[in-house]
Write a protein that binds this ligand. Structure first.
Ligand SMILES: [Zn+2]
Length: 242
């Protein structure tokens, strides 16, 4: 299904109110919460090199209506992603020579992003509640990365408790196909900035993601957004060959 920009966050909207967790504004209404799938079908994700940003450079435009506080957070997020990937991933403002091959960073409800590079205008949508870490998370979607707990091998590490998921939001826990999404021999990372929190989309406060016994290394914070996980960096370095 094409679910382009389906978020609507008018406060008090009575019908089809979106699920936006104020503590995790990227748990939105899009594909797997905060991902916008630009085309119907044939979505190739991580494995298709055509969906990667040439040279590991995200070419972007900042929408003129983006608030200055959000701009500041965007720039910090860019600096962090560049630094934490050891300059593997870079950002460059679009010029007229780029045509429509850029990501438009613009105001929106929640935090959401198109997954991957498509050679046309794609989007990162940011509300003022998106943190620097949330924006780093969205940039990783822009780079072609899905959520950690949707990896093809996730069932070895977690159990999804669908009985605790808000009705209608089960799709947020879909598992990606190994024919489309690669793991690049990078170990499942519970500390990934792309991992949902354990109660994401919970209808009752109970866990929706239950780690396998003994699977979580000591000291790991699941669902953290403060920095990229070691697995996040490793996946991007494998994808972008740097
Ligand atoms: Zn996400």
């Amino acid at each position: 299904m094409l679910r382009l920009l389906s978020i609507c966050v008018v406060v008090g909207a009575a019908i089809a109110a979106p699920f936006i967790d104020p503590a995790a504004p990227e748990y939105g209404n899009e594909i797997e919460g905060d991902m916008i799938e630009p085309f119907k079908g044939a979505f190739s994700g991580l494995l298709n090199t055509a969906n990667r940003w040439p040279g590991g450079v995200i070419v972007y435009r900042l929408d003129s209506s983006l608030p200055s506080t959000t701009r500041d957070k965007v720039r910090t997020a860019m600096t962090n992603v560049n630094r934490e990937t050891g300059n593997c991933i870079k950002f460059r403002e679009a010029t007229s020579n780029d045509g429509s091959r850029y990501v438009l960073i613009r105001p929106g409800s929640g935090c959401s992003a198109t997954v991957g590079y498509w050679g046309r205008i794609t989007y990162v949508n940011l509300s003022t509640s998106c943190s620097v870490g949330n924006i780093m998370h969205e940039f990783q979607h822009t780079l072609g990365v899905y959520h950690q707990q949707s990896r093809p091998d996730r069932d070895n590490y977690v159990t999804i408790a669908l009985e605790n998921v808000i009705s209608g939001y089960e799709h947020n826990f879909n598992k990606q196909s190994s024919s489309q999404v690669g793991t690049y021999n990078v170990r499942y990372d519970f500390g990934s900035q792309m991992h949902y929190g354990l109660t994401a989309f919970s209808k009752n406060g109970q866990r929706t993601i239950v780690p396998k016994p003994g699977a979580v290394p000591d000291g790991v914070v699941i669902g953290q957004r403060s920095r990229m996980g070691t697995g996040d960096v490793a996946i991007l370095k494998a994808m972008y060959r740097c």
